[in-house]
Ligand binder design. Sequence first.
Ligand SMILES: Nc1ncnc2c1ncn2[C@@H]1O[C@H](COP(=O)(O)OP(=O)(O)O)[C@@H](O)[C@H]1O
Ligand SMILES: [Mg+2]
Length: 357
Amino acid sequence: MNDQRTAVDYEQFIPRETGFIFKFIKKDNQFIHTFIEGKLIEKVGLCPGTVTGKSLCEFLPPDQAKRKEFFYEKAWNGEQVNYEGSFGGVHYLAILNPIIQNRQTIEVIGTAIDITGEKNREKQAQQMEKLSVVGELAAGIAHEIRNPLTSLKGFAKIVKESVTDEKLIPYLDIMLDEMDRINQIVNEFMFIAKPNENVRFQYTNVNKLLSDCIQFMGPQANLKSIEIEFESEAQISLYCDRNQIKQVLINILQNAIEATEDNGHFIRVSLEEMNADSVMVTITDKGCGISESRFSRLFEPFYSTKEKGTGLGLLTCKRIIDLHQGSIDIESQHGEGTTIRIVLPRQINAKQLLIAE
Ligand SMILES: Nc1ncnc2c1ncn2[C@@H]1O[C@H](COP(=O)(O)OP(=O)(O)O)[C@@H](O)[C@H]1O
Ligand SMILES: [Mg+2]
């Protein structure tokens, strides 16, 4: 085959920015790569020099090399083979096309394209589906749970006040705490299922709102000798739903407090004007941080590393921030701490308000 011609063909057939193309042959019972090109190679942490002239096991971990050898063998036997793989955090789809002359495979041309974005979207859609099923179910039974829970709570309080046997008081306290917890879970479920319900947008002084949240979380932070510091350059006003933005702050501060050891560390909250259109709230803790493997699961419903966690806190935050047309970004170093940045627009567009009101 004329190499120059094939090179021109590759240009048309591969999106260079998001993929790569490679060729291999079988020699002495080994698959040897003869060519590789495309931007994605660097993104997965390889370079042409580490691949060309090499067999799979020379640049891939043994389990990956073995899996690919299986597909390579199939292609060498004359089949067109498609497979998905992931390497260096990139998901890709590869297609192997055998080039056959006189009924003999002379080489195989492979193309790989980056499908990381599609994979993530697919995963997100699955999560949303999981959530909407759970949400519907929760919304359906929430009333049934709430009403008896209200009477249980009311009567437990009355019993606690009139009980004469002191020994019973701790049990009643536990009962009341557990009922609060059930209430919280039901409310979180309900909210995630229908975040747009009862939304009330109004101009709000964010400085005051943040100070209120910090004050509210103060006692919990004090228990671990943690101080929450607040700094802001200016008085900032936002068009938002106060209760929802409060909920975001409380969830994030709660996580920050839970992640921090009892050692008098600070949690810092800052509020700044990013530009004329948006403001940024940053919450920094020096807690346990989040490892890479956990990072991608943070917004998954029910994903929690805590014994008593619901795994709904961050997802609730994300839902609220989406509703406010803002963004949330998490940066974390395992063992060092976590920084969460929330950007919110000062105004939100009319279409969104229509849904919200
Ligand atoms: N500031 C933080 N530092 C360390 N880990 C965190 C932090 N915030 C969230 N996480 C991790 O994200 C998980 C999910 O948080 P969240 O959705 O609030 O659920 P929950 O707090 O109920 O576990 C937590 O269990 C924890 O592992
Ligand atoms: Mg939480």
